[in-house]
Design a protein around this ligand. Sequence first.
Ligand code: ADP
Ligand code: MG
Length: 266
Amino acid sequence: MSVALDVKGLEASVETKQILDGLDLEIPFGEVHAIMGPNGSGKSTFCHVLTGMEGYQVSGRARLEGQDLLSLEVDERARLGLLQSFQYPTEVPGVHLREFLIEAADERGMEEADALDRIETEAKRFDMTRFLDRSLNNDLSGGEKKRSEIFQMAVLRPKVALLDEIDSGLDIDAVKQVAEAVEEMRSPHLAVVLITHYNRILKYLSPDRIHVMIDGKIVDSGGTELAEELEAGGYEGVRSRLGLKKPEAEVKPKPSDFFTETPFDL
Ligand code: ADP
Ligand code: MG
């Protein structure tokens, strides 16, 4: 299976703060990979750096189907087939979902007739037909917004889809629906990066591989046993198994640290 996304030694910093610290990741076409990591480990920064958001000093390698991404502009990366979903989809009153998608498809060089065809087909598949002539994301529930995003991706057919916390803020039924939509999205021409803080979405879909991200790099990769380990022992468990130190700033003082003499264990 050929490689869709190939990242090696990726580093990113803002001013003096190093956020990504030598991140390696390879995702073949046709696969869904989950990246799990605690808050602040750099998951969103990874997406921003791949899509080309400004403000980061970046070095290392990131290739989509063999083509260097880091030297390209944001829109060029999108045209190559990189697409990110939004953590908090915004409502756009007055712009209907169908128009929005025709425009987005045009920006990616798709013929309008082709786009209209795909919109009809995918809307049926993702049960979105009734939303096509309503304002973008207006009055949609959290779960419907996320399903709408996945539907939009299915129309635009990226080669690499970045789903950053697509399960956040959803109740469990909505998480299940989103998970089913991600499975429905699977295609031999697509690689999915599913980024999540919690492992509950992994109960409803089967990623081909799970990666654990801590302090700006992938520290471990494996199968569902990794999600089970995280469920049982949290990120702390993985840290201690791998002998990773907790960063200074995160070390909470114990009550006894405040007293020179503690008469009893607090
Ligand atoms: P995650 O998505 O895993 O929660 P982020 O990528 O959002 O993590 O952030 C990683 C770390 O980098 C955090 O400590 C965050 O405060 C910091 N960070 C992210 N973006 C910036 C920025 N533009 N300027 C300064 N610090 C940032
Ligand atoms: Mg994030």
